[in-house]
Write a new protein. Sequence first.
Lengths: 247, 270
Amino acid sequence: MIRIEGISKEFKEGIGSRKVKALEHLTLDIHKGEVFGFLGPNGAGKSTAIKILINLISPDTGHASIMGKDVLDKDTRRHVGYLPENPYFYDYLTAEELLWFGGKASGLSSNVIKEKTGELLNKVNLHSARKRQLRTYSKGMVQRAGLALALIHDPEVAILDEPMSGLDPIGRKMVGDIILELKSQGKTVFFSSHILTDIERFCDRVGIIVGGRLRLVDKLNNLLASGNTLEDVFLKEVEKAGGGIEI
Amino acid sequence: MTALWPIAVITFKEGIRNRAVYGISIFALLLLGANLLISGMIMQEVGKVAVDMALSTISFAGLLLVLFIGINLMAKDLDKKTIYMVLSRPISRFQYILGKFLGMTLLILVTLSVLSIFAGLSILMVKMSYPGYFPRFSWSMVALAISFTTLMLILLSALSFLFASFASTSFITLVLTIITYIIGQSISDVKALVEAPQIVGIQVSPLTVKVVQIAYYIFPNLSLFDIKTQAAHGLAVSPSYIFWVASYGFIYTCIAIILAAIIFRRREFP
């Protein structure tokens, strides 16, 4: 469903300065219908990998595809819903207008957009605030509006970058329920998170990335089989990579 | 078109609801209101002053609109990463630029149309108060002058898009757009001056002449669009001038937007 093959990416740290490796030969296959958790410390390369999948940045080497289509092809995104980390939307638009844009840009008819908007805004508990401009929303409300936007066109693949960030426990439960619902519908969910309990709750498989290199990919059951917690596994991988955890 | 329209609509809505639009409009309306007072105080060339002031107000308000709202509409997308939500849709970079530009053009057209109605009213009221001062007045010249101003603002906006396509911050885009506006307004006069410095008794090095000549062909000649004086004096403008200036504005705008799209295609959004 999602295939990343040997992707590397370097960024310049300002003019004339040294290059920093954000991703190093990342290869990853995510299967249809699975919920995949992408785990890593800050600056590990999670968001870079996700942005390559959305074609916001291009890899130096390697290739990525979704549903068999190259991510460089804009039509690939017809089947992909994306929630960026700390999303920021247009201040003066309402949630309804935001979803209208998402639907129209994805080729939906006005009737379908209207129906899906009501349904999704109810689901993320923003229906009563649907006519309010987004600048009046709290961080959690913006995050939930972003999730509704990502799902307005009923995508086959949901790519969620830190979907729980900035949410209170109720909001986190709401997002969790949506992820489980997507899973029950046979959709593929690829999400990054710092919150290990969320990964444990929702994911079928987990990938741990440290310093731009994928250190481990396995089914969650296998990782926890020896009595370890996900935290133990994660910390061990970070330690093996020679990195520390920012506290 | 399927992708362009939604981008244009949200760009227009985001622009028109910006409080700064109301600020600029109120400021323009105050100036247009002041037109009545100033015309009454001068009591000579009243017609010319009223038309010139009304047209200058529209031009200035339009410039503020492009500089402080238009630039933000695109540059803020990059600064605040709003662009993620747009480009994560099945939308190409070219469609993004074109859709944004269409939205901005719509914003300029709507705002200037509203201001033009008030400008027309202010001229009409002065004309009714002092009919003797409007012997050669022509509404069609006023309309033409506003149309040229609109075209100039659309061109300037296209250039701001070009700058935003490679600039790292909205401030750099703003500075480059202001510099282009200033050079564009004066380059024609400066070229005439450096090519015939003996008229004003100054000496100009050959290098300066060359630099100015190069700048003349790179920067848009925005003074071509300024026919406020002709409109104020009721002087006719030839149809060929209208055709060539309109074509110049249209072609320059298209080139700026195509260049912006080409640069934007290679841009990354980390």
